[in-house]
Design a binder for this molecule. Structure first.
Ligand code: HGY
Ligand code: MN
Ligand code: MN
Length: 416
């Protein structure tokens, strides 16, 4: 029986084949994926994932938010399970690895434990969280947020997509609403493998990121109202151009983020223009400002300045403006013990590694409120993510899954 550190390695070809097979479901238009949450493609990906987990000897649990839990038994059925996981849903123009590497890397851990005949005291549970991306249904990490008691299930069920379909209706429609109470599961620890989605690991030439912290996130929805009017016959002094108001506020967002360089970031990725006609001055614009920083005080300052300075811009232009907090979470410090298990695993396996602050949000950020939690990251090419050209190497995927395997087996207490 190999002790951790001997031949405890995953099968990279099998992992890569599973990643490529999953990528065939909900293909994008430029080599990535469009497998948005609660779509038929999401349902198809869930079914494939369940079949793989059952083939690996797991039993599948499903809660009322559609979170999936593949359980591998331990020698002590009463011991709290060690959880690992991430998400299978993607951005509309997403990559093949964001979230998916964490779910299928976890599946590879289970498959490798079977190959090596490893038994652990604690059961192990692999999770696929519903709607991590927040692209179709804001906010991100919605279902792990309900598990952590951040959102109520009713509030989550009532979230509406751009076509007016509610989360609850769509979850039922695709047939993935389980019976389990959300948040009833107790965990011994939680680990998430994820691609970095930034440029640091590749630039530093490191195989592994040991994530000690996650930066905080703030989403503010801004509605600017002016007056629809003809773009040709309306004299400039008479215009109340909501589109121009948005442009000036977004200039201010850029300035606010830069004022907290080098770590703070800010942008708007979601923009709705009404009536969005080529020869009509926009009467209303709705957009979401995404601010992030490792420091809570910086996030709070950026949110406050957006409101004060955005209001001044609107007043000066004779526009109306409203601000609505759409979601967010405070910066996260992960569990020292779990972080050390990951760092020691990378060391033992001979992978180059460095400590890292996660720039993106992850389900682990909410799991960290429920149980000792940490994340392991692998590089991605040019740091690119949330883009169909997102790419990693098989070697990077293997390194991440190997480290996850060691940390999970060690934390679950290998037996015999
Ligand atoms: O927004 C995020 O950071 C994550 O990708 N959902
Ligand atoms: Mn992700
Ligand atoms: Mn993402």
């Amino acid at each position: 029986m190999p002790a951790p550190g001997e031949n405890l390695k995953v099968n990279p070809d099998r992992l890569w084949d599973s990643l490529m097979d999953m990528a065939k479901i909900g293909p994008g238009i430029a080599g990535g994926n469009n497998r948005q949450t609660l779509t038929d493609e999401d349902a198809e990906g869930r079914a494939l994932f369940q079949s793989w987990c059952e083939a690996a000897g797991c039993t599948m649990g499903l809660d009322q938010m559609g979170n999936m839990f593949a359980r591998r038994e331990g020698t002590d059925p009463d011991a709290l399970p060690v959880y690992m996981g991430s998400h299978l849903d993607t951005q509309p123009t997403g990559g093949k690895y964001d979230g998916v590497l964490g779910v299928l890397g976890g599946l590879e851990v289970l498959r490798s434990m079977n190959d090596l005949g490893i038994k652990t005291k604690h059961p192990i549970v692999l999770t696929n969280f519903t709607n991590e991306e927040g692209a179709r249904y804001a906010p991100p990490m919605l279902s792990s947020g309900v598990m952590a008691g951040i959102h109520t299930q009713d509030w989550a069920y009532a979230r509406v997509d751009a076509e007016g379909k509610t989360f609850g209706d769509e979850l039922k429609r695709i047939g993935w609403r389980g019976e389990e109470e959300v948040g009833a599961r107790k965990m011994h620890a939680f680990f998430e493998l994820h691609i970095e989605q930034g440029p640091i690991l590749e630039a530093e030439g490191k195989d592994i990121g040991v994530v000690t912290h996650g930066q905080g996130l703030s989403w503010t929805q801004v509605t600017v109202k002016g007056k629809d009017a003809h773009t040709g016959s309306t004299p400039m002094p008479m215009r109340r151009n909501a589109g121009l108001g948005m442009a000036r506020i977004l200039e201010k967002v850029e300035e606010i983020a830069w004022s907290h360089a080098p770590h703070a970031v800010g942008a708007a990725g979601h923009i709705e223009v009404y009536p969005n006609s080529r020869n009509v001055i926009p009467g209303e614009v709705i957009f979401t400002v995404d601010f992030r920083s490792p420091e809570l005080s910086v996030i709070e300052d950026m949110e406050a300045r957006l409101r004060v300075e955005g209001q001044k811009i609107a007043d000066d232009m004779g526009l109306e403006v409203a601000f609505e907090k759409m979601g967010g979470f405070d910066p996260v410090a992960f569990d020292e013990g779990c972080v050390t298990a990951l760092r020691n695993a990378a060391e033992r396996l001979g992978y180059s590694h460095m400590d890292l602050i996660s720039g993106a949000g992850h389900d682990a950020c909410w799991m960290n409120r429920l149980t000792p939690t940490a994340m392991v990251m692998c590089p991605c090419v040019d740091g690119l993510s949330h883009n169909e050209a997102e790419e990693i190497t098989k070697e990077w995927a293997m390194a991440g899954a190997d480290v996850l395997l060691h940390a999970v087996v060690e934390t679950a207490e290998i037996v015999g």
